[in-house]
Design a protein. Structure first.
Length: 295
């Protein structure tokens, strides 16, 4: 799956927790990519290839860093820290430790909420943010109670599933995805000795993150974000999501919206080239703002 130009490393964050990072070199301004709940950095592979130019052999593309958050992918699994605020702090630590110079930071789903928190708490670390079908997720606006959240969003029981049948199941759900995206989704899982399947993110940690999304108000942070933003909602332009996107776009400074109608929630896996192109435009807008003060 990995490009020849992708490098794998580990960055130590608070508490000595090691986070796996995937890095693509480039000469142009950099990007940091943050996955969603129970996902991993490999789902950003296609976007990273397009941004860096490595898929086409371009050596002058953008530098890219994709992060496995704690408990996800190949990162460490500490006992605590499974909440939006800690995840944002972890991303800030990665940016600072690697010496990244005000990258554009994109987050998908819960990762969008993480990026929102990052931009609000660490405005000097980022040049712009992209919210990919997330960043406006406010569970208390969607569910009447925490019990309803648990009934609807708790991770599925995989005790009856087998490792050998999972690729076909994922392919059936996403027939237009490339092979690398199917393989990346498999990296959310671990094969058991008996051929069964277990999620890499434990149920306890999964629910801890959901609880933080229930307790924490992302909408309260909109006014604290001072950098250009790109909102990338997927699916229909109607209903509660459309209202939430409209609210976020109105409150965020220098926001633009790019609807991906009919797209999967995992926009970055389904439309990596298109999303990369939109991210590059955002980076250009951030550079313009830095140079002439124009959003």
């Amino acid at each position: 799956m990995h490009s020849r130009t992708a490098r794998t490393g580990t960055v130590q964050v608070q508490g000595g927790v090691g986070l796996r990072v995937l890095r693509w070199d480039g000469r142009m301004p950099g990007f940091v990519l943050v996955h969603g709940l129970a996902s991993n950095a490999l789902l950003w592979h296609g976007v990273s290839e397009a941004l860096s130019g490595s898929a086409s052999g371009d050596v002058g593309g953008h530098a890219v860093t994709a992060i496995d958050l704690r408990g996800h992918g190949a990162s460490d699994v500490p006992e605590s820290g499974y909440d939006t605020v800690t995840a944002a702090s972890d991303v800030a630590a990665v940016i600072a430790t690697l010496g990244l110079d005000r990258p554009v930071v994109a987050g998908q789903s819960w990762g969008g909420n993480v990026v929102m928190e990052l931009a609000a708490d660490h405005p000097d670390l980022v040049a712009a943010i992209a919210l990919v079908d997330g960043g406006w997720i406010q569970l208390q606006d969607t569910f009447a109670s925490w019990d309803k959240v648990l009934q609807t969003l708790s991770p599925p029981d995989m005790s009856e599933r087998s490792w050998s049948t999972m690729p076909a199941m994922i392919r059936a759900a996403h027939p237009d995805w490339a092979d690398w995206a199917i393989e990346a989704t498999m990296a959310n899982l671990r094969e058991l000795p008996d051929g069964g399947v277990h999620a890499r993110l434990s149920r306890e940690h999964h629910l801890s993150i959901l609880r933080s999304m229930w307790d924490h108000s992302v909408t309260d942070r909109y006014a604290d974000v001072r950098v250009p933003s790109l909102l990338v909602p997927a699916g229909s332009r109607t209903g509660a999501k459309a209202a939430a996107v409209e609210c976020a776009a109105a409150a965020l400074a220098g926001s633009e919206v790019r609807w991906y109608e009919g797209a999967d929630h995992d926009v970055h896996a389904q439309h990596p080239g298109r999303l990369a192109a939109d991210l590059i435009v955002l980076a250009e807008r951030a550079t313009l703002r830095a140079n002439v003060g124009d959003l």
